[in-house]
Design a protein around this ligand. Sequence first.
Ligand code: 5AD
Ligand code: SF4
Length: 486
Amino acid sequence: MYNEIALDQININADPPTEEPARQHYFMAKCRKWTVAFAEKNGRLPQACVVNFGCQMNARDSEKLSGILECAGFMLTENENADFVIFNTCTVRDNANQKVYGRLGELNGYKRRNPHMKIALCGCMTQEAAVVQKLRKSYPFVDLVFGTHNLFKFAELLWTTLSAEKGMVIDIWEDTDQIVEDLPVERKYPFKSGINIMFGCNNFCSYCIVPYVRGRERSRKPEDILEEIRRLVADGVVEVMLLGQNVNSYGKNLARPVSFAWLLKEVEKIEGLQRIRFMTSHPKDLSKELIQVMKTSKKICRHLHLPLQSGSTRILEQMNRRYTKEQYLELAMHIRREIPDIAITTDIIVGFPGETAADLEETIDVVRQVKFDNAFTFIYSKRTGTPAAAMENQVPPAQVKEGFDRLLKVVQDTAREQVARSAGKILEVLVEEVNESDPSLVTGRLSNNTVVHLPGDASLIGKLVNVSLEECHGFYYLGRICKDLQ
Ligand code: 5AD
Ligand code: SF4
């Protein structure tokens, strides 16, 4: 099977191979020997906990970390009081960093009671030199720190950490052009999966730290992506989410360039695959060809996440977004005309340096015109090293808060109105889980990403069912399974 690597056939007494992924398989085998010895000594398997912070890309990376730990013989747990704990961090806004520091303090408490515990940190935060400095100085109990570019080396770093007596193992790379395929992955859901189609970002929006911590844009080869999806489908996956910071520029830098629209058409051909999602789209790169492909597709979900960031052309220019308010509006309206049942969601930042009440009005105007089905609204967070951090006209927090609340109200009103559009319809729901607060219900999503709760049990998980959408409760529906499609 996909995740099965014949570790017992690897000679771990020989020198490690130099090529990847064989080298990582070798270190997984070494770690496996360590976990077996641990189990013999302690009468139980060592436990490992992977904690994910941040976006879908991080969630996918966490599945890779889990896959490697499981292959190495660890038992995965959600309890942070484990033998090996790894935080996969996010640094897109400062509150994400603060959360990690707080949680590290809690881990230290566990480690005092279990001195053999190993603590690791990876992800976007660790790519910042100031963070590593702070860890060295104030968090010396952390055992392993590595970054986003060498995640594929995790098995090797894990071995170094397990076999080290003391001290922090730190391995941060500035950048990489390597894309290593064929490492194990432990999926959170058996029926749906994220797939990285590209890494990094070249856009350098002036507020954003991502290009600095994730490096330059690199696309995976289409044949590797398609092969991965085929294997996932053979393993029971019915929904895929193609992941990248800017999927619309997928394939531009390949030796044989292809477009994202072309890739989608190829993915659509995979038999057994039922739903295709993707994120994130940059408005400046979203092609008319892509809209046509979405329009005619039977599998691409009726959902487009199209970050606006600001509705003021002046602020957009300062943000280096490379589109105007009018261009965004024209694009969104074109999409709504071509695909009327589509849900458009967005990200908006409030309080970018120099933003005035008039600028915010422009943003609110776009929200009213486009009628976003959902919008993630963020308070601007100053990220050291980005051009916006050096801008002088930072907005006072009280003004930001006032604008944020005003925007949020409009966003919620329009979103509620949009979600209600589906009331009374019979639509397909992919059931994802048993409802957390009411076990007589299951929860799933419409093609347009709206959440639906319906009576049912765990046997429905991973199935596509036709649901009559009976009651709209603001942002979600209560429905009932129905045999015929309208
Ligand atoms: N401050 C606030 N929000 C930010 N985002 C990215 N950088 C920042 C920042 N410095 C938001 C953008 C992006 C989303 C993932 O995070 O809206 O689309
Ligand atoms: Fe950040 Fe802009 Fe790249 Fe998105 S497109 S990751 S906001 S730099």
